[in-house]
Write a protein that binds this ligand. Structure first.
Ligand code: CO
Length: 202
């Protein structure tokens, strides 16, 4: 017997429950998706995009990677942004970090972690940009929390720099970029108030 049989059972129950509430849910959704939001978050299993936003399938387009990064040369993430902005015409892009992020912690701990160190290199760069401010915080948890926030702000700036975002704004497309941090201990999102809605306020 497969060790993941319970997943198929869970899936069947989930689909049946939705169909009981909305009989046409899947047939309608299979025809098209029309999400207003692109979520770029951490891969951490405790930060599930749809669930914490209270959103059903079809409502949020999602990209996740370790430490919610938007790297200028990451074809995967850039393709997601491109598709979300140019084809789906999402109105909001949400970059969401989370306190207690293992990726941020690993970038700060000074240890070797193997392959992932290359990915975390970008976080270490952000640490270097703000080293004086970060090193002034003696509590390691608080230092890590601030780097979580600074990382989100940096990724908001990276998105604003992307060519397809400039193009969308130049064409008058309604599109805002937001930076949030999720609190694992209470499930609440914090707005970092760094939203950008056009080239003028970037
Ligand atoms: Co994380």
């Amino acid at each position: 017997m497969s060790k993941i049989n319970h997943l198929f059972e869970n899936n069947k129950k989930w689909a049946e429950q939705i169909k009981a509430e909305q009989p046409n849910f899947f047939t309608q959704l299979s025809k098209q998706q029309n999400p207003e939001y692109l979520w770029i978050g951490c891969s951490d299993s405790r930060v599930p995009a749809n669930e914490l936003l209270g959103m059903a399938p079809g409502e949020v387009f999602v990209h996740r990677n370790i430490a919610n990064q938007v790297i200028h040369t990451d074809l995967n993430c850039l393709s997601v942004i491109h598709f979300a902005v140019e084809i789906l015409k999402v109105k909001h892009i949400i970059i969401c970090g989370h306190y207690g992020c293992g990726g941020i912690g690993a970038a700060l701990d000074g240890k070797q972690h193997g392959l992932i160190d290359h990915w975390l290199r970008h976080i270490k760069d952000i640490y270097r940009f703000h080293q004086q401010k970060l090193d002034a915080i003696t509590d390691l948890q608080e230092r890590s929390n601030l780097l979580c926030e600074l990382n989100v702000m940096e990724q908001v700036a990276h998105i604003c720099d992307a060519s397809m975002i400039h193009k969308a704004w130049q064409q008058g497309q309604e599109l805002s970029i937001h930076g949030l941090v999720y609190k694992l201990h209470d499930g609440i999102l914090k707005d970092l108030n760094v939203s950008v809605s056009g080239i003028d306020n970037f």
